[in-house]
Design a protein around this ligand. Structure first.
Ligand code: ADP
Ligand code: MG
Ligand code: MG
Length: 939
């Protein structure tokens, strides 16, 4: 059930615990120190020499603002204690101890022992018990707690302090021997598993065997004697496995558990988790030691978890589960079916088991009071853990709850309307990148997933369709009204029309920044890239994976949000740009300073751009208009032309089509600015490759195949990225730029006439390195404008500007700005040329670079604020010095990346331009940047 897994991913947790080999865990417990550790005197050292912070008994030495020192769990336990809430007393050993431990060959600071003893004594005093006491023993839990919650860390050990003597005392005091031995066997299991490296399975095996022998079905059938008998066997098993008895000394137990928490900071699971979530090793973890309260003390005791609002929808309703007569994580471990907390929820779920509201009314009332108080106090949705011991409620944890993007929006907006937070705070509460989840169709959570392969989640959203293996077939089927998924080994610019026609794209090669990934994200189409286990036979029109064959026409589904490829059709849910979405984005718009435009090449893109709130088009790539089936022929004629006259004749055929494109684009944009880039890619991209295709094209054109082949070879390049492209084409073949400029201006005049809104086109010249290049091309553009003005008699306002995408252009920006009226930083190419890394080839080594920390991340995803950033800053500064009103923006993938948007805000650009589907992300990220908050810290 979806609900269970979002309360807490118990099965995942259990699995990951089991899947960790015993040996790994054992060695993790005594992990070796590392070089280069932050010194103990680092940031997280608190008051000098103070290593332990007490809480409970109505007050605490810590508070919620001290997460760096006390970890999230410890800081919030302290906060709850200070609020006077019922928190079992305890203490937190600081993250500073962890740092010290690793900096000093796994030794503790000398003051620690005494401080722990004193804190234990204080807990004993509050509870009226004593640690290790044979009559009235204090039992504790030992809980890890880093600054950010970290699943890689040691699991909690409960009931610590039990041994053969104290268990009898517990039995006598509680008058419940079964409870005492149930607690003891739990303790042996947990402690052995996480501290001694003797896994769960040992004890499960013994338990199963015992149940079988006695003919028991459930754990609840076991009597006190049964548990006592099992405890003997459990201890024997530990002895057999480690050659040493299970420790009976409570102090040895305690220090063993503390050591295991610090040791787990360096285990593989934790290291991997930190790497994936950019958590520095220097943070360290804290350890919380806390008096036990018992949810397993009979029918008036219980344990549970709850969210103050629904974490998947955001609805303002307590959401959670509890279990009677249970301890710790029994609720989420799936041993018994948990019960609903409120009566409402019970009715809604149609459960016949009593709710907490019915079964434990006083504790329920107290929980209601406390959760409302905590939400108001923290001013955010909280994720709570609690235990009821013989009718009395105890709070064991609170933290801001994880939530879906949908819930995040609703909660932020509702908290603002409840006046708990301001609108600006609401804007800061939502992670811009998470909006991506909401802008595309997704797989119905209720649908069954028949996963056949998993690749990279290259472009979010999901799509179902018939498999096609070529772009042309995609276009044909689409024309017949069919839905297709384009499956390729990898894509190239020649596949663009097929990608447009397809509902989704699947490739078996290439990374997150491969052609397929970048183009698909630009189009807002779902894409799974690099699904390496799939073998594609394009000629045979089949794909094979794990022995299963799919033919052209078979249905598959790609989920670009998870990277999954599924067999068959799967139901989808459409994106809901709900009321809260519009409200929050509206608040964001009112604070952001940065403009947000879209990259849009087609009328469909432009419509999406307007729908998502783009204030203009920052980049229209005209070459995409050339790949259309009827047009490519004329383009090829133009490329094959022997002289300028023949070229003009071919271009004359293209002109009306280009004009038509622009008229439509201008009409849709209704007076908003539109930046159109002149032809950029090298011409050979438009020519066929391979003898068969050349022969076909030649036949269709009535051209000589040899001539076609020669021309293709002539134009072939070793490194097209640095080749005959950009303004270099316009300079060698000025007729092309002339035609494009004319098409733009004629369209501007016509669209203005139709809509009544003046169009001010911005003509952009790509890949400029020198002012002389720009001047040459600009002269052609100006000539075309003059001619169109004269012919139509219309007024025509336009601007000519350039892409800044070569380091030289940044450096010479002052000079270039004498001719350019605007700059658009093409940060994709600027990153390639600054690093000397080709984006298409980067995948093979970039992973190593980021893993080794040479680069913090993929510079094509998030702009390198230092190197590439410096070139942007230089360009802006030198350009504006010469032309103070110079308009400056960026276009490319970076425009929709929150961290890059923040960079653009800091650099004082006028706008960012990104794919239409990322426009809302950029709007929110720009607002957060304006509010002076790093979007990343919200994630
Ligand atoms: P996690 O970080 O995995 O949530 P916790 O340290 O919160 O681990 O412990 C898990 C569960 O163990 C808690 O939710 C609670 O049910 C139980 N627990 C922890 N400490 C105590 C305690 N002092 N008394 C009773 N139960 C406890
Ligand atoms: Mg844990
Ligand atoms: Mg917890």
């Amino acid at each position: 059930m979806a609900k269970r897994s979002s309360v807490k991913s118990a099965s995942k947790k259990a699995k990951s615990r089991k899947s960790l080999p015993k040996k790994a865990r054992r060695s993790a417990a005594k992990a070796a120190p590392r070089k280069g550790q932050a010194k103990a005197s680092g940031k997280n050292a608190g008051k000098a020499g103070k290593w332990v912070y007490a809480f409970g008994g109505g007050k605490a030495e810590g508070r919620s603002g001290m997460k760096d020192l006390l970890g999230g769990k410890g800081a919030n336990l302290a906060e709850m204690a200070n609020l006077g809430l019922p928190v079992p007393p305890g203490f937190t050993i600081t993250t500073g101890v962890c740092t010290y431990y690793y900096a000093n060959s796994n030794k503790y600071p000398k003051e620690l022992k005494a401080q722990v003893e004193a804190a234990l004594a204080r807990v004993g005093k509050i509870t009226g018990k004593a640690f290790g006491d044979a009559k009235n023993p204090l039992l504790v839990s030992v809980r890890s707690g880093a600054r950010a919650s970290m699943p890689g860390m040691m699991d909690t050990v409960l009931n610590l302090g039990l041994n053969d003597r104290t268990v009898e005392a517990l039995a006598a005091k509680s008058g419940d021997r079964r409870f005492a031995y149930d607690s003891y066997r739990r303790f042996i299991t947990m402690y052995s598993d996480v501290v001694l490296g003797v896994g769960h399975d040992h004890f499960e095996e013994l338990l199963d065997h015992h149940k079988e022998q006695k003919g028991y079905a459930n754990d609840t059938d076991l009597t006190a004697d049964d548990w006592a008998e099992l405890v003997v066997r459990y201890k024997k098993r530990v002895q057999d496995e480690r050659g040493k008895p299970f420790p009976q000394d409570p102090h040895e137990q305690l220090w063993g558990a503390i050591g295991a928490v610090f040791g787990s900071w360096m285990n593989q699971r934790a290291i991997t988790y930190r790497r994936l979530h950019s958590i520095p090793e220097s943070w360290g973890t804290a350890v919380n030691v806390q008096a036990m309260v018992f949810g397993n003390m009979g029918e008036t005791s219980a344990t549970g978890v709850a969210f103050t609002r629904n974490p998947s929808t955001g609805e303002k309703k307590l959401y959670g589960e509890f279990l009677i007569n249970a301890q710790g994580e029994d609720v989420v471990a799936g041993i018994r079916t948990p019960q609903e907390i409120s009566e409402d929820a019970r009715k809604e779920a149609g459960s016949d088991k009593p709710s907490m509201e019915q079964a434990l009314p006083a504790a329920y009332k107290e929980l209601t009071r406390i959760y409302n108080l905590l939400e108001r106090h923290y001013r955010d949705m909280q994720d709570l853990e609690f235990t009821v011991e013989q009718g009395k409620l105890w709070m064991l944890q609170t933290r801001s709850g994880k939530r879906t993007a949908k819930a995040a929006l609703r909660i932020a907006v509702e908290l603002a309307s409840e006046k708990l937070i301001t609108k600006n705070e609401a804007v800061l509460r939502v992670d811009p990148a998470s909006l991506d989840q909401l802008l595309h169709p997704t797989i119905d959570p209720k649908a069954e997933r028949k996963i056949v392969a998993t690749g990279l989640p290259a472009s979010p959203g999901a799509a179902t369709g018939e498999i096609v293996f070529t772009a042309d077939e995609a276009t044909q089927l689409k024309a017949d009204g069919r839905k297709v998924i384009l499956v390729r080994v990898e894509t190239s610019p020649e596949d663009i029309h097929g990608m447009h026609a397809a509902e989704g794209i699947l490739t078996t090669r290439g990374g997150m920044t491969s052609h397929a990934a970048v183009v698909a994200r630009g189009m807002g189409k779902p894409c799974v890239s690099g699904a390496g286990s799939i073998r594609v036979d394009t000629a045979g029109r089949t794909m094979t994976v794990a022995g299963q064959q799919f033919k052209q026409g078979d249905y598959i589904t790609v989920d670009g949000s998870t990277g999954q490829v599924l067999a068959g059709k799967v139901d989808m849910v459409e994106p809901q740009l709900s009321g809260e979405f519009a409200t929050l984005i509206g608040w964001a718009d009112s604070v952001r300073k940065l403009g947000v435009r879209a990259n849009a090449d087609t009328p469909a893109d432009a419509r999406a751009a307007v729908r998502f709130g783009a204030e203009g088009i920052g980049l229209c790539r005209t070459e995409h208009m050339f790949f259309d089936e009827e047009r490519i022929q004329a383009v090829r004629e133009m490329i094959l032309a022997n002289d300028s006259e023949a070229r003009r004749a071919a271009l004359a055929k293209i002109l009306p089509m280009q004009r038509g494109d622009f008229v439509e684009l201008f009409e849709i944009m209704a007076g908003r600015p539109v930046t159109i880039r002149l032809l950029d890619p090298p011409l050979h991209e438009f020519l066929p490759h391979g003898d068969k295709e050349i022969a076909e094209v030649a036949a269709a054109m009535g051209a000589d195949p040899r001539r076609l082949k020669d021309r293709a070879e002539e134009l072939a390049e070793f490194n097209p990225m640095l080749g005959f492209r950009g303004c270099r084409i316009a300079i060698a073949y000025p007729e092309i730029a002339e035609m494009q400029a004319r098409a733009i201006f004629e369209a501007a005049v016509e669209a203005a006439k139709r809509t009544g809104k003046p169009v001010v086109p911005e003509v952009m010249v790509p890949l400029i390195a020198t002012k002389a290049e720009l001047d040459l091309v600009k002269a052609r553009i100006d000539d075309a404008a003059k001619a169109v003005k004269k012919e139509t008699g219309a007024k025509l306002n336009y601007q000519v500007g350039t892409m800044i995408e070569l380091p030289r252009a940044s450096l010479m920006a002052g000079e270039i700005a004498e001719s350019a009226e605007f700059f658009s930083f093409g940060t994709n190419d600027l990153t390639q040329t600054t690093f000397g890394i080709s984006r298409d080839d980067a995948a093979s080594f970039l992973g190593t670079y980021t893993a080794r920390g040479i680069l913090p991340g993929d510079p094509f995803v998030s702009i390198d604020p230092e190197g590439v950033g410096e070139l942007v800053r230089i360009g802006v500064e030198r350009g504006r010095k010469v032309r103070p009103k110079l308009k400056v923006g960026i276009c490319g993938e970076h425009g929709g990346d929150p961290a890059s948007v923040a960079f653009c805000h800091r650099t004082d650009l006028d706008y960012v331009s990104c794919s239409p589907f990322r426009v809302p992300i950029a709007r929110l990220a720009a607002a957060q940047a304006a509010l002076g908050e790093d979007a990343a810290s919200q994630a």
